[in-house]
Design a protein around this ligand. Structure first.
Ligand SMILES: Cc1cc2nc3c(=O)[nH]c(=O)nc-3n(C[C@H](O)[C@H](O)[C@H](O)COP(=O)(O)OP(=O)(O)OC[C@H]3O[C@@H](n4cnc5c(N)ncnc54)[C@H](O)[C@@H]3O)c2cc1C
Length: 531
């Protein structure tokens, strides 16, 4: 397949969720209309759709409503079991409120509760849609912007002149190369490495894969947050169903909230997601499940969480009780950044759920959307400085075709005995079975062996058309990210936050450290570091 089009731009933004689109908005606001940077936005789906942001409950944790910065910092660190990067948590505390309320400039409104801002929305099911609609409208009306939606980014590579090349496959099956001074990766989280996840299917850790291939370090990859109440009814999506009141029972009719000493179901699903998820998996493992799940008898109350759950229950036509089992929800790990949100490649930035280090070993409810606006605002400031300072010269006219063909060559049509989709499903099942909520050395090693077996066979995957290229690229990213998670999980010989080792069930003071992973020429390298 030949390169059909080359685009030159100041910046390319990969991802159209809250973090990607708000980076553009903040950049324009900060530059006060003085610069109209030429921007290309690339998104796997239609602009803003198929994002976690769209499906979110629109709740932002932040120091408001009698909840001080000190309260916020101490709760975020406690949730993260004290391995968060403290400077980033402080940055969050300082900029949470102003970065969220800055979105009011787009016509959004927020209601205040203690420690929380919630976006006003007429849609009780997906309030996050409100955020997307406002940002979409802004970006669609913005001048000097090219939107490549339904377009898949295969890789980002560095040019010899310091610029970056984003290699895309468009909806029509043509390659487009965006050559820009800045690339912002806003590709979301890694929860979809697990067979049970509530993230949109299209999120396949592409940003994580791209960064690993660029040699950028990932950090805290062993920490995945599972939401305890995930739908486990056959033929229904494994979406979260966050009823805050009701009874969660096992086969014997025992209430798990009472049995495991939680204060209430509502508190457990906000503050103790990891512990409740573990208890549920343990109950199933000892044979107390009902067809491999637990039973939820919800109370139909009208608080923020339950109204969403109630709408979803209605929409999916679920009866009572609802079979539930934890579902992978959020990845705490991601690209390592410095205290100022720079990666180790000039001009390349990560924002939103792709950024590692903020949440430590577990994330506080509502703090993901806040991390999107804070990282976007800070990165926008960095970009402004970069484009008006260090890189204010024009891009070179020629395009580095050799670098580009190194990427596209791998996707040339070929026969093969395997289909990427089958391998993708296998990876997700392997991860769920062996490196899910309850892990131990034996299960993790088994997982790594199985993943390596797939890895050794990926050159036998057939590529015939656009869809095969995308699936193959997704498979590579899922595999690399799964291996990064598994190796980190094996290395951490303790339990902390969302990472639970049945063979090392205690938290160890000696492990107040982070695991950094890099990838070079087919091999992972690990370092244990103090954040
Ligand atoms: C059901 C649900 C409810 C939630 N509720 C809340 C909540 O109320 N509060 C809270 O704090 N957090 C919540 N979260 C978490 C939060 O929504 C996410 O962490 C956050 O929205 C992530 O935003 P993002 O911009 O980083 O990524 P996303 O919004 O996920 O956007 C990712 C973008 O990257 C694009 N992309 C990915 N790969 C490629 C590629 N190869 N090429 C081109 N484009 C690509 C996708 O198309 C998409 O546009 C919730 C999550 C879920 C799933």
């Amino acid at each position: 397949m030949a390169i059909r089009k080359e685009l030159k731009a100041d910046l390319a933004v990969v991802g159209s969720g809250l973090s990607g689109l708000s980076t553009i908005y903040f950049l324009d606001t900060l530059s006060g209309g003085k610069h109209n940077f030429k921007t290309v936005v690339i998104s796997k789906s239609s602009l803003g759709f198929g994002t976690s942001t769209y499906y979110s409950a629109g709740a932002f944790r932040c120091p408001v409503g009698g909840y001080s910065k000190e309260d916020y910092i101490s709760e975020v660190l406690e949730s993260g079991r004290y391995i968060n990067r403290k400077s980033l948590v402080e940055l969050m505390a300082d900029h949470a409120v102003n970065s969220i309320t800055a979105l009011e400039g787009l016509g959004l409104k927020f209601k205040v509760a203690r420690g929380m801002l919630r976006v006003y929305s007429n849609d009780p099911l997906f309030p996050g849609k409100e955020l997307i609609e406002a940002l979409r409208k802004y970006v669609l009306r913005r001048g000097n912007t090219t939107i490549l939606d339904n377009t898949h980014v295969l890789d980002v590579v560095r040019g010899s002149d310091g610029s970056l090349y984003t290699i895309c496959l468009t909806m029509s099956g043509d390659y487009v190369v965006v050559n820009s001074k800045v690339v912002v990766l806003a590709t979301g989280g890694a929860a979809n490495v697990f067979a049970r996840s509530d993230n949109p299917q299209q999120l396949t850790c592409d940003g994580h894969g791209i960064c690993l291939r660029l040699g950028l370090p990932l950090i805290d990859m062993e920490f995945i947050q599972f939401f305890p109440l995930g739908i486990a009814e056959s033929g229904k999506p494994s979406f979260m169903i966050p009823f805050s009141k009701g009874r969660l029972v096992n086969r014997l009719g025992e209430d798990l909230i009472v049995r495991y000493g939680f204060e209430s179901l509502g508190k457990a699903i906000v503050y103790h997601r990891d512990a409740l998820s573990r208890s549920m998996m343990y109950e199933v493992a000892i044979g107390n499940g009902v067809e491999g799940a637990l039973l939820l008898y919800p109370e139909e109350v009208q608080d923020d969480l339950s109204s969403f759950a109630l709408e979803l229950k209605k929409k999916l036509g679920l009866g009572t009780p609802i079979k539930v089992l934890p579902t992978a929800h959020f990845s705490m790990g991601g690209v390592e950044v410095d205290d100022n949100l720079n990666t180790s490649i000039e001009g390349l930035y990560a924002v939103g759920e792709l950024v590692g280090g903020i949440h430590g070993a577990n994330r506080l409810g509502g703090n993901a959307l806040t991390s999107c606006t804070v990282t976007a605002m800070k990165v926008a400031k960095n970009i402004l400085e970069y484009l008006t300072g260090k890189f204010n010269n024009p891009l070179s006219i020629s395009i580095d075709n050799q670098i580009i063909s190194q990427v596209t060559r791998e996707y040339s049509p070929r026969d093969g005995i395997y289909a990427s989709e089958v391998f993708k499903n296998e990876v997700r099942n392997i991860m769920w079975t062996y490196v899910g909520i309850l892990r131990n050395e034996e299960s993790i090693r088994r997982c790594i062996n199985k993943l390596n077996n797939i890895y050794e066979n990926i050159d036998k995957v057939r590529i015939r058309n656009r869809s095969d290229i995308i699936k193959y690229s997704e498979l590579k990213n899922l595999l690399l990210t799964s291996l990064a998670i598994s190796h980190s999980a094996l290395l951490r010989t303790e339990s902390r936050g969302s990472h639970f080792r049945t063979d090392y069930p205690e938290e160890s003071v000696g492990w107040r450290k982070n695991i950094r992973i890099t990838y070079k020429e087919g091999n992972f390298k690990y370092q244990i570091v103090m954040n």
